[in-house]
Structure formats: structure tokens, C-alpha cells
Ligand binder design. Sequence first.
Ligand code: SF4
Ligand code: SF4
Length: 199
Amino acid sequence: WLQSQVPEMHYRWYVDTGPVQDKVWAEQAGIGWIGKHSNVISRQYGSWILLGELITTLELPGDRPHTNHCGTCTRCLAACPTGAIVEPYVVDANRCIAYHTIESRAPKLPPAIAANLQGWVAGCDICQEVCPWNQRFAQPTDVADFAPRSPLLKTSLEELATLSDEAWDELTRGSALRRIKPEQWRRNAQAVLSSSRYD
Ligand code: SF4
Ligand code: SF4
């Protein structure tokens, strides 16, 4: 629509599809604020939201930045099992379960991560689960495309620990979890299985 109004306009759009500073812009645009766990929190929905952005050459008026509503709360810092939130608003990816289970391609998880997975094989939401804004305001989505994929839900930890490349291809088709490659699923599930905390 914008392009039909201003044909000479250039634009790019992203929904978690490129390395852009969308959290900062969301705060500047008044959508929410960056919480001490470093995720954007909306007063209406909490932090389990997706950010989408349109970057354009159009000159547009600015919005009012959102104010911060973490207050004196430190629940996310206290709850992180690996101490990854090293100070308010600063997450050390090297200590973060979400980074290691999704992004890191290392053949083995570092011992300090493997011992503290608490059952997580894909990401980690602990700092968001304990956040009072999510506990009060998070809502299940009514968008069918965002619902969990049923074949993945039925997969046991033991099956994930020995997941074949073919089964991975079948199970993750059309899912954001496809970002985690089969060798990462096997590594993560094996680490959870051998973690004493999970037992
Ligand atoms: S995602 Fe998990 S490991 Fe990472 S900062 Fe939050 S609680 Fe800590
Ligand atoms: S748990 Fe508390 S400190 Fe952490 S992001 Fe939520 S409101 Fe802010």
C-alpha cells in the first residue's frame, strides 16, 4: 500500500529474519519497553510477542518512546539457572541456555549449561515465565499458524536424543524450530537426559 502511494519509496521488512535492532525501535515506537531480561514487554500482552518492522526511506513523524515498568522487580535475574543476566538489561549469551540450544553449533554443550538445562531442549523461557507481566497479561494466540506443531509435541526426549536427519526434516517442516539442526537436537536432548537436575 505504501509503495502504491509513494512509488519512489524503498523499503525492507523483517519479522525475526535479519540482524536489526528491533527491540530498541519497538521501545522508541511506544510498543513496549526492554525489560531487565532484555526482551520487549508490552503492557497489554507481556513479552511473548513477535516484532515486525518496515524500514523505509520515507520521512515519518516519530512516536513517543515507551516508559519502563520493571520497577524494583528482579525476578528474572534471580530465576535464571545459569546466571546469564549478569546485570539488569545485560544477557551474556555465553551463559544463556537459549543461545546454546538454538544458536550454538558446538558438538557439546559447556558443562555449566548442560548441568542446568532444567529440561529445555529448544530455547529457554524461564526469565519470561517468572515475569509478572507475562503471568498477568500473556494470552494464548488465536493465530493457527503460530500454534505448536503437533508432530513435535508428540516426540519424546529419547526420540530426540537419537533423531535421524530424515525424521528431523519431517518433524520441523514449516516450523521455526527448523533453525535447530538435527545434530543440535540430539546434543541438547542427550544433555537433558544425562542431567541430574532433570532426573
Ligand atoms: S533464556 Fe534462560 S538462560 Fe537465558 S537469560 Fe533467560 S532464564 Fe537465563
Ligand atoms: S521479571 Fe521483573 S525485572 Fe525481569 S523483565 Fe519482568 S518485570 Fe522486569
